[in-house]
Design a protein around this ligand. Structure first.
Ligand code: B12
Ligand code: SF4
Ligand code: SF4
Length: 313
């Protein structure tokens, strides 16, 4: 038999930072915010499926009886090189190996370890999701008591801050677990993230318009002339609403070797981006989470940054 403690022990051995358990009734507690976002048109096109489907776990795995959700810390600190002003930036979610792959492998290793403890007839059937379905990853982690929603819209864990990725696994068997209460936001009167956001994507009452978000703009295919001014540093993604958050200070660094990266891959030189061949792009960025959007987007972003900084190479 697999118990909650056995799952936790296996996760620990695999270097998973936090693990939680959730029931698979519809994710009603997140429906209102989710639906409001769609009603207002505050969506980017990267979200999959409609809210009604997204809160229904059985749409993604018909046999689901429960879920396991796990967090992987990717914090590496933000020590910048001395010549940072002449470099570009990749947001820290794109440092190292693509998290989709890393978390899929962790989830797979966890389930293999659990199934090895069971006889063939008792093996658990499961499905792993990492940012690749309509399922609301933050919502499942919230239900499992692994964090609260910040005004920056990220899920914040009191120990890990918000620099973690989320994976979830739906299982066709029940493992008994202690239900956790969901966590109320601890933001209080703080509004550091709202003020730090360069595009005014964040607003009152946890509102967020992802169409304005620089993270989205760096990934968007067509940029409007009015959006060009936001390209100042970031080639891909944006960390600005997280870096100064009080819950993200004095964090322990990730122990996940796959995420560890050198300065030149975090803060590339403009020349490197503008002059790279397809082969160079593939060997340098294809393995990261910034790879999927392709070289054309990255070069476009670099050119916009250079234009705004008036750097001539
Ligand atoms: C589309 C997408 C994007 C889009 C749109 C972002 C967005 N917030 O909608 C873009 C490209 C802009 C983006 C950016 C980023 N993303 Co993104 N993204 C996604 C994706 C695929 C879907 C998100 C989605 O459905 N959005 C719609 C909204 C409504 O859903 P939601 O963000 O989960 O929001 C919930 C909360 O807002 C909640 N809520 C908000 N306030 C409150 C208050 C209460 C009381 C309650 C109950 C609920 C609640 O209700 C919503 C539904 O549950 C998820 C993976 C997934 N399948 O879930 C990753 C995901 C959300 N992204 C992630 C990351 C890391 C990022 C970035 C930090 C990357 C970066 N450095 O650039 C930024 C953060 C931007 C921000 N401030 O949120 C992580 C989040 C980790 C975390 N700790 O929160 C996820 C979960 C991927 C993963 N599996 O790890 N992302
Ligand atoms: S990721 Fe950047 S642009 Fe998007 S909400 Fe956060 S600070 Fe604003
Ligand atoms: S910066 Fe302040 S308001 Fe924003 S998420 Fe962190 S604690 Fe909440």
């Amino acid at each position: 038999m697999v118990t909650e403690q056995i799952v936790k022990n296996c996760a620990n051995l695999l270097g998973i930072d936090k693990i939680g358990f959730f029931s698979v009734e519809p994710l009603q507690e997140c429906y209102e915010k989710l639906n409001e976002r769609y009603q207002k048109g505050h969506v980017t096109g990267f979200e999959r499926d409609v809210p009604e489907k997204r809160i229904d776990y059985h749409q993604y795995f018909a046999g689901a009886k429960m879920g396991i959700v796990f967090l992987l810390n990717y914090y590496q600190g933000f020590e910048e090189p001395k010549d940072i002003n002449s470099r570009l930036k990749l947001s820290s979610m794109a440092w190292g190996q693509d998290y989709h792959q890393v978390l899929q492998e962790k989830g797979q290793a966890l389930m293999t370890a659990l199934n090895e403890k069971l006889s063939e007839a008792d093996r658990i059937e499961y499905k792993i999701f990492v940012d690749n379905s309509g399922l609301v990853d933050r919502g499942s982690a919230y239900r499992a008591g692994l964090g609260f929603f910040g005004k920056n819209n990220c899920l914040i864990n009191e120990d890990l801050g918000s620099f973690f990725f989320i994976g979830q696994i739906l299982l066709d068997q029940e493992i008994e677990f202690a239900t956790k209460t969901v966590k109320e936001s601890l933001c209080g009167a703080c509004r550091i993230c709202i003020d730090a956001c360069p595009t005014a994507a964040l607003g009152q009452n946890f509102s967020y318009d992802p169409r304005r978000c620089l993270s989205y703009l760096t990934q968007k295919k067509e940029i409007d002339a009015s959006e060009e001014k936001y390209f100042k540093d970031y080639l891909y993604g944006c960390d600005l609403c997280q870096t100064r958050c009080p819950f993200n200070q004095h964090l322990r660094k990730t122990g996940e070797a796959a995420f560890l990266t050198q300065h030149d891959d975090k803060y590339p030189w403009p020349e490197t981006i503008l002059n790279m061949s397809n082969r160079e792009f593939n060997s340098r960025f294809k393995k990261t989470s910034a790879g999927w959007r392709g070289k054309k987007n990255m070069v476009r972003n670099a050119k916009l940054i250079m234009k705004n900084r008036a750097i001539v190479i």
